[in-house]
Ligand binder design. Sequence first.
Ligand code: UDP
Length: 538
Amino acid sequence: QSQEVSQVRIDYHAALLALQQHGTHMVCSGKMHTDRVCRFDYLCYCTEAEEFVFFHGNSSVMLPNLGPRRFQPALLDLSSVEDHNTQYFNFLELPAAALKFMAKPVFVPDVTLIMNRFNPDNLMHIFHDDLLPIFYTMQQFSDLDDEARLVFMEGWGEGAHFDLYRLLSSKQPLLKEQLRNFGKLMCFTKSYVGLSKMTTWYQYGFVQPQGPKANILVSGNEIRQFAKTMMERMNITRGDPTDDDYIVVFSRSINRLILNEAELILALAQEFRMRTVTVSLEDQSFANVVQVISGASMLVSMHGAQLIASLFLPRGAAVVELFPYAVNPDHYTPYKTLASLPGMDLQYTAWRNTIMENSVNYPERPWDQGGISHLNKEEQDRILASREVPRHLCCRNPEWLFRIYQDTIVDIPSLMASLRGTVHLKPNVKRAKAASTVHPGRVREPKCQTSVQAATEAKLTVSWQIPWNLKYLKVREVKYEVWIQEQGENTYMPYILPHQNYTFSENIKPFTTYLVWVRCIFNKNLLGPFADVLLCKT
Ligand code: UDP
């Protein structure tokens, strides 16, 4: 019993017998390695070889059973970053009989989530790649509850924000290097391997220049539910909504500085008639920063990972992202994409420094802080003369690093001009309510009636009943969309209509077959499904 990892009691001999007889059992979800999460009984890890081991026993199951395709390129991604070749998961296979010749296994009794953190030194990566995916992977599998054990296999140390990972479960997360302490062979009684990518919205530019993911599957609601839980676990309550409104400037004190921060703060306070405060990760705990941001009407910051904290802003707040000279805001949009998620209800504005003299650069710094002195003279001259960093791949483009690590004197008139055009601060953002996201059902009993008036004139009347769910809803605006297509043609005419029937006479020909689709629309943009197509013969 002394070999157990935690207090949860398991019968060591029963566990060993089960492993020896039954072997490892695996069932996964997902068709591809990029969308796969696997559940295991008795997945083992050999700390000497640094390999996971699947023991073939009498009851072993390996689903999907890919044969050698398991290595093309991998069984699954261990981090939430798609198809990154340093983040692949696989296991070695052994017959269960081999256990007789191996060190006695140590059993981990907790239900365990095994995964890689992608870059635990960077707040954007911590939230986007790790915390949100872990949080929602845990919600997908009910036995990954508050008592679940997280195991981080990427091989890094704790990192600057390990406390945030601790919020996800009541048990201390384990790092790869700590697994050795448990012996040569560890066996996870029940484990899940891999992370759901459902909540990620950004790709960092490993194969094509960075940008929003092609198929975003998360909305502001899920981000806000996550933020709410994280705040509860940090013992933060959102500021009193009757308190005055205020603006937050998130300052970086190490690099990518705002050189006239005091002037910026004064100008913001004056323009919006609001108290303006600064926060920084160098001066405050993260929890403290979140507390302040969670009650703010506006967050102003240089582009950088600290802007991920905008997920804690109240609905209706504004995010103002500042970009150094020669950096095009449209090419770097992780925070814009976040703020623009449906239901996130944040107002986003980007501002860029277009005045070279207002920029301070650091060619002599090390390459990873944007230095370029290691490059040849022509390349340095080209970069210095360039007015915009061309699109590029991640992660070591020297021109990009040179420009993004510049300090900036923010030109106040130009910033205020762009804010006046885009930011509309309502008093009391803290009380803003979520807009409804209930979609209409199908319209019911769609019908068409036709009549022929003359050799060239015909009428087509389409009618329908309201969607079933409408009678339970208060909807500001209900409209219907009708599409009419002449059979055999490849274009259609769309109409937006306020009532439940309409007679079409323009463009309707006698002795012709029309295909008609009808759907309901709530509040301009909540589209319902089309009812079954109607075949209408004039
Ligand atoms: N960081 C910070 N203040 C600074 C510079 C960096 O708090 O003056 C933090 C930043 O928020 C991020 C980490 O340090 O979490 C790494 O910063 P880096 O500049 O490498 O990444 P970026 O912000 O460009 O994503």
